[in-house]
Ligand binder design. Structure first.
Ligand code: P6P
Length: 342
């Protein structure tokens, strides 16, 4: 049989590693370290995916009996995911510092054989984990910085605006497992083929529609929203054929799932300040900034109600931020309602 007739089981797909190597060739200074770093995150994601998929079969679902720095009951899979990512990144040797939602303090990586990489990874190991026991999709979110020249690996190296990220991404553990990331040159999505254990390029150059008709917000807090936001929600719900209103409400309560659907279909996700969470609920460093980087790279916007979230300078590792993220026209519109005079 001619080689041209041999069809690889991978078909015409490109693996995540092949894609990154191609991308790095376009950036001559990258010496392969970034490829290895993304590979390390991908390895942890595959292990987490395996554990999540079998969670219903073994006693791994449910509370771990401890609480994390956020005071949230730690789900066993939370702890497993956190440990797997830390293990993979420590073993990979490309990082000097880690920050996790599940860890109160930063995790410095000691030099190994006198070597240590200069990447910093901040992550939420398993966002939406409270949904695990009811089999709702959950996700891992990560943000990557480089250690600045002459700066020691510590808090000063991570309390930097999101515009300084060199990469960001998320893994969504859903009906299929997808790895979506950006390095500032667009957004690409890879779907895990469990039969070969590879993430395959399935969503090249993701662009989010400028206008969508999906809005995601926990309307249970409606009475706690500021007036302008309540007016925006009322506006969304007014029938108007020309603008596709009323929009459709879709809120899973698992940020990565809501964000991913809106990224692909168009829409806006909103987690504003509420009485219960006066600075919003989502964490700036490892939930808001990475998804904002992705949203902007896909043509969308991400604001805190006042400014572009990527321009905010954090003051604490677990700082929270209000978030309005998604289709550009929808984010612009809600900003108009938030800044109107009533
Ligand atoms: P609420 C999950 O706990 C999470 O952090 C996000 O994944 C999700 O979007 C949000 O909280 C849901 O919060 O207050 O609407 O239940």
């Amino acid at each position: 049989m001619a080689t041209s007739q041999i069809v690889s089981p991978m078909g015409q797909f490109k693996t995540l590693e092949q894609f990154i190597i191609e991308q790095e060739q376009a950036i001559p200074i990258a010496a392969g370290a970034f490829t290895r770093l993304i590979r390390d995150i991908g390895i942890a994601a595959k292990i987490i995916n395996r554990e999540i998929n079998k969670a219903g079969l073994v006693d791994i679902i449910g509370d771990f009996g401890a609480t994390n720095v956020q005071g949230e009951a730690q789900q066993k899979l939370d702890v497993m995911a956190d440990a797997e990512i830390i293990r993979a990144l420590k073993r990979g040797g490309e990082c000097c510092l880690l920050g996790s939602e599940e860890q109160e303090n930063l995790i410095p990586i000691e030099k190994c054989r006198g070597l240590r990489g200069d990447y910093i990874v901040l992550f939420d190991p398993l966002d939406g984990s409270s949904n695990i026991s009811v089999n709702v999709s959950v996700g891992t979110i990560f943000s990557i910085y480089r250690l600045p020249e002459g700066v020691q690996p510590g808090l000063d190296a991570v309390l930097r605006p999101g515009v300084e990220q060199v990469a960001a991404g998320y893994v969504i553990y859903g009906s299929s497992t997808m790895f979506v990331y950006t390095t500032g040159n667009g957004v690409n999505g890879f779907t895990l083929d469990p039969s070969v254990g590879e993430f395959l390029l399935s969503h090249p150059d993701i662009k989010t529609p400028r206008q969508g008709t999906i809005y995601s917000i926990n309307e249970g807090y409606y009475n706690a929203f500021e007036y302008g936001l309540r007016q925006y929600i009322k506006w969304i719900q007014e029938p108007d054929e020309a603008t596709g209103r009323p929009y459709t409400s879709r809120y899973i309560g698992s940020f990565v799932s809501d964000f991913h659907r809106n990224l692909l279909k168009g829409g806006i996700f909103m987690y504003p300040a509420t009485k219960k969470n006066p600075s919003g609920k989502l964490r700036l460093l490892y939930e808001v900034n990475p998804t904002a980087f992705i949203a902007e790279q896909a043509g969308g916007l991400a604001v805190d109600g006042d400014i572009r979230v990527l321009e905010k300078t954090p003051t604490a590792l677990h700082e929270r931020s209000p978030l309005f993220i998604g289709s550009a026209a929808m984010v612009e519109r809600v900003q108009e309602f938030l800044h109107a005079t009533y």
